[in-house]
Design a protein around this ligand. Structure first.
Ligand SMILES: C[S@@+](CC[C@H](N)C(=O)[O-])C[C@H]1O[C@@H](n2cnc3c(N)ncnc32)[C@H](O)[C@@H]1O
Length: 201
């Protein structure tokens, strides 16, 4: 995957997430689709507690290896973001992070809204439409996986639908964008996915 979206964008989005978690003085982070756990070490080194949620058994095994070196600060839960709405609504995180997840989500407004139900802040990466994303679409499409691209306007529209206060929408080179937003409590109900027109990028 790094070949297709550029290694620098992968590092940039991880660096962005770590820097913002630090700036926000967050103590509890939810890492949605944590994969092998590249965020675990840098966050745990700053004393941050991380809960990773991940559905793929192979990734969970790698994530467990990463977590083992984190002094008990990292917990891994098997599952997908769709399960988050059944989590205890009083058990909130300071930041929910989704890096490399919106790329594959057909209902991004629901994921963004779900993140708002579990955390005070959201950090999320979005690939841009364009040649890179089209090539990934072809490559992943052969395996039955859809890949979605987002214009800046579409990310802004999605953030607006959740009632989020958008703090930053930074470019990730030419690969896409990374969003930092403050979620507004009370604008969303846990059982009520956001409805609205979703323009295709
Ligand atoms: C491109 S990887 C990104 C991993 C990690 N966040 C990173 O930045 O390196 C996407 C991850 O999302 C996971 N995933 C797939 N479907 C998911 C779902 N419904 N909920 C949460 N994670 C999911 C995949 O198993 C994979 O580990």
């Amino acid at each position: 995957m790094s070949r297709m979206i550029g290694r620098s964008a992968l590092f940039e989005r991880l660096d962005f997430a770590v820097a913002k978690v630090e700036q926000l003085r967050a103590n509890r982070v939810l890492d949605i689709g944590c994969g092998s756990g590249p965020l675990f070490g840098p966050l745990a080194a700053r004393g941050v507690h991380v809960t990773g949620i991940e559905p793929a058994p192979g990734m969970i095994s790698l994530a467990e290896d990463s977590a083992a070196a984190c002094n008990g600060l990292v917990e891994i839960v098997r599952g997908g973001w769709e399960d988050l709405r059944s989590w205890d609504p009083n058990d909130r995180f300071d930041v929910a992070v989704a890096l490399g997840i919106f790329d594959y989500v057909p209902n991004p407004e629901e994921l963004l809204a779900t993140m708002a139900t579990v955390a005070e802040h959201t950090i999320a990466s979005f690939p841009r439409p364009g040649l890179r994303t089209s090539l990934r679409r072809l490559r992943y499409g052969a395996r039955g996986v859809s890949v979605y691209g987002y214009s800046r306007a579409r990310v802004e529209m999605l953030a607006g639908l959740t009632g989020m206060e958008m703090t930053q929408l930074a470019p990730l080179g030419r690969a896409g964008y990374i969003l930092l937003g403050r979620n507004r409590l009370g604008t969303l109900r846990g059982d009520d996915p956001v409805q609205g027109p979703v323009e295709q990028a």
